[in-house]
Design a protein around this ligand. Structure first.
Ligand code: 0RA
Length: 632
């Protein structure tokens, strides 16, 4: 370190020390999510540069040593001395918290904001960070270790171009893992490319022997996104796109109806996905409902006796992307995934409804097709309600007599109660004997439960296995579902480690995903992880859950082939083994089911459960061996 740096070192320590002490405060967590956060942080800076109109290419590389580099052809981070810190702007941006755009002078018109913690956080959490800036005719280089400059800013050559390259090596003493997931990155990069018109992003993975390079460029921006989401679906009308600016808030919407039942709406604020929605989504929804009702009434598509479309009616079969750019975004909610700026609601509503109403009145044929889709939804809703009322009147869920097949637990406190949904009566028998009777209930399911993808509530409740499950859970179903009444905090799916087991598990997940989504969101659903093998030698026994684990044990211990048992089903385990390996809360591993990626889950459910057989067949053939991973 040179003398020049003594003054700034103090600042660096003051600046970034808290980040290393409490990384979770800045990037959420130090697990794989937190790790990926580092990339988003760096890429978002380049995207900001693109949104400001200065950058057309971003190149992301995953290197063999698990470092990442992100290169852009933006203006380059300024290298001259920063008036407020006395050190160069590039070092300021890298070593002072929250010194992203603000310190740049001029900054960006709109910036990410959600992550927005700045590149300095990435720097603090990396063993090494290298920054190369091309700007003002020169190429400049600076390097840091754990946030502290170790190679001072230096001009390393001449350059006629502009841009910034950041490469960082995440600190493995901070992160639980430093292994990046290409699929996760790919998905997000694709999304960013859709949202930033005209940008080209390349992504390459050099960690594998075979280099993998992808390039994303979408001429049509979010309309291309809708096109992609609706691929293979039966569409109603063209992709509609609307945009406008009001009070510095920029609104872009692309949408298209399909003959599906489900809705696929994704909203973004400043290119950040708002998974919990917010004012932009509310504005859009309100506008959509109002315009559709008005058009339907004025054109006789809704009769006097018909009730109005609800918001759900007009969203059935809709695929839409709502993207807004807000100068000072406020993110709220549990995961900061909800846009809070109240002015955005009226702005989105106004821009959208005016243009959408215009479209409807100018295109009567398309308008009729779209409105009729909502009318169908309305009728189905009324029919389903009356069917449900009939079912409930007939007492399907009434009395709440617990099903005979349920071996309930003694505890009545949901917080320490669990229910195991077990495939087959024989495994059910073992589980009943092996369980902790005080806290664990067992519900055996026979055969394949009903395919719930397409079925309506009334039909589902006519199915005994499902009815048993619904009654056992005790919280109702559909829009009468009350999570507070849930009788078990943990609902554990326990199926065999074979293709049938995977099928039943997927069926159950579909059921939960479609009809008990709050349970999935709330983290109540688990998948038991029974072992694949039993290995024994003398008095020692091992229960490896994967082939790798088995091989590792075989490497270290001389085990005779006769002492390797592969479990084909849960039924092969005696009650004690089942308890020891799979059910005992002290020793078991369970996978918690999350809707981390609702879109992906949705897709898998659709392929596996939808009425088109060929894709399902192909999917199962391709993934049979790793179906478990794919579920979640
Ligand atoms: C501060 C000010 C300016 C640009 C940037 C930062 C900048 C940061 C990053 C991070 C990755 N790529 C980047 N590109 C640019 C504006 C400088 C000017 O006014 O010329």
């Amino acid at each position: 370190m040179t003398e020049n740096y003594s003054a700034s070192d103090i600042q660096v320590l003051e600046g970034l020390d808290p980040v290393r002490k409490r990384p979770g405060m800045y990037i959420g967590s130090t697990d794989t999510r937190g790790l990926h956060h580092l990339i988003w942080e760096v890429v978002d800076n380049s995207i900001d540069e693109a949104m400001a109109g200065y950058c057309s290419h971003i190149e992301i590389k995953l290197h063999q040593d698990n470092s990442i580099s992100v290169q852009d052809n933006g203006r380059g981070i300024p290298v001259e001395k920063h008036p407020q810190t006395g050190i160069s702007t590039v070092e300021t941006v890298l070593t002072v918290l929250h010194a992203g755009g603000k310190f740049g002078g001029g900054g960006y018109k709109v910036s990410g904001g959600l992550h927005g913690v700045g590149i300095s956080v990435v720097n603090a959490l990396s063993t090494r960070t290298e920054v190369t800036v091309e700007r003002d005719g020169g190429e400049h280089f600076v390097a840091f270790a754990k946030g502290v400059p170790v190679e001072p800013l230096n001009q390393t050559g001449k350059s006629k171009s502009n841009g910034t390259r950041v490469q960082f090596w995440p600190d493995d003493s901070i992160f639980e893992t430093t292994e990046y997931d290409f699929a996760v990155i790919k998905k997000r990069v694709r999304q960013q490319a859709y949202l930033t018109k005209g940008i080209t992003i390349t992504l390459s993975d050099e960690r594998k022997h075979k280099e993998d390079t992808l390039q994303f460029y979408f001429e049509g921006g979010i309309s291309s996104y809708v096109h992609h989401l609706n691929e293979g679906k039966d569409k109603i009308g063209p992709i509609l796109s609307f945009e406008g600016i009001m009070d510095d808030v920029q609104v872009e919407i692309a949408m298209q109806y399909t003959h599906e039942f489900r809705e696929h709406t994704y909203s973004f604020a400043n290119n950040i996905q708002t998974g919990e929605g917010g004012t932009h989504l509310t504005g859009f929804s309100m506008g959509l409902t109002r315009v559709m009702n008005k058009y339907a009434r004025e054109n006789g598509l809704l009769k006097d006796k018909d009730p109005n479309f609800t918001n759900e009616d007009v969203r059935e079969g809709l695929t839409a992307i709502i993207s807004v750019k807000v100068p000072e975004p406020q993110f709220e909610g549990q995961t900061k995934g909800k846009l809070g700026n109240s002015e955005v609601r009226t702005i989105t509503d106004r821009i959208f409804s005016q243009k959408f109403a215009e479209f409807l009145s100018e295109n009567p044929n398309e308008a009729r097709a779209i409105v009729n889709k909502s009318a169908l939804a309305l009728r189905a809703r009324l029919a389903a309600r009356s069917a449900r009322e009939t079912v409930i009147r007939k007492g399907a869920l009434e009395g709440m007599t617990l099903p005979g097949k349920l071996a309930d637990c003694a505890s009545k406190d949901p917080n320490d109660s669990e229910i195991f949904i077990v495939e087959g009566d024989s495994a059910g028998g073992s589980a009943k004997q092996g369980r902790n009777r005080h806290t664990q209930a067992i519900l055996p399911l026979r055969g394949k439960i009903l395919n719930t993808e397409q079925s309506r509530l009334d039909r589902m409740l006519a199915n005994n296995e499902i009815k048993n499950l619904v009654i056992a859970m005790g919280a109702g179903i559909g829009d009468t579902f009350e999570i507070e009444k849930l009788r078990y905090k943990k609902i554990v799916i326990m199926t065999d480690a074979d293709v049938d087991g995977a099928h039943i598990r997927t069926l159950l997940l579909t059921l939960f995903f479609r009809h008990f989504k709050p349970l999935v969101m709330n983290g109540n659903i688990f998948i038991a992880q029974p072992p694949l093998y039993k290995l024994s030698k003398g008095k020692q026994t091992w229960y490896p859950m994967t082939d790798e684990e088995k091989n590792d044990i075989l490497k270290d211990h001389d085990i005779r082939p006769e002492n390797i048992q592969r479990y084909k089903g849960l039924g092969e385990m005696n009650p004690e083994q089942l308890w020891d390996t799979t059910m005992n809360p002290e020793t078991r591993t369970m996978a918690q089911v999350t809707v981390e990626d609702a879109e992906r889950a949705d897709h898998i459910f659709k392929v596996l459960m939808g009425d088109e057989v060929p894709p399902r067949k192909k999917f199962i053939q391709t993934h049979a061996a790793k179906v478990k991973d794919l579920d979640f």
